[in-house]
Design a protein. Sequence first.
Length: 325
Amino acid sequence: MDDLSPSDLKTILHSKRANLYYLEYCRVLVNGGRVEYVTEEGKQSLYWNIPIANTTAILLGTGTSVTQAAMREFAKAGVLVGFCGGGGTPLFAANEAEVAVSWLNSQSEYRPTEYLQQWVSFWFDDDKRLEAAIRFQKMRIAHIRRLWLGARMQRESGFELSESRLNGVLDSFETRLVECSSSNDVLAQEAVMTKALYKLAGNAVQYGDFTRAKGGSGVDTANRFLDHGNYLAYGLAATATWVMGLPHGLAVLHGKTRRGGLVFDVADLIKDALVLPSAFIAAMAGEEEQEFRQRIISAFQQAQAMDLMIDAIKEVAEALSEGRS
């Protein structure tokens, strides 16, 4: 068989790829021309193939190593690589303390420039950057409303959601967005909405008292699942911005001085819509980390989360670069 060229490996669009991997206690290497991860079982080494042409991002957890050859193949296929702790959280090698993630972007001199040029044409204008942040939040509201009230959630027998209360929370947030005059105003209103969504989801599954707490060994299952799912969302967001050719530092909401801020902005489009309810449902169902991870990845695929992110970036870039209101 002839060797595949890098262009052959990129025939599957990132928005259509099916895989997001978390690996631990293994070695990632190239074996016979394929990227594989190797696990030890007694005296036997087991080799498992990674379909890199159909993969968006790889998270390397506790006890992992990766060879230079494997990183070369990941780069050819446009796979983003990140390092994290056990169970997918926390991510580390920090660009920012809260995300604590270093996404290793594949290097290429042929990344698209169209959307980067559109983005920077408005990014230095404070008013337009605020408008972009508000546009993202309105998209976020629409995704929450559609997915929380959609058929998939209705099939979850343990998720008894009050539709009127959800609409009340979202309508209130959307109304208050109009009054925001700075990114700090938007962040403050976002915090109020998210706190209300935690309460709604907790009540929907009868979770009991809940307080959001990140990291640490003493946090409850819902908090651990929220961290885990959010970091997977960051992986998709980092991939989406890379595909569009946008540096992660060109944030519109999470601070223009934060190098990873745009990843937060884009991940917010689907975090509350998909990760938040799933974390509470999985916690009440007694799921293990691996089961929850598969639940979230399946939810991302069914909702076409990568497409939503890419389309949102396109829409905001095109609208604001052309000065449309």
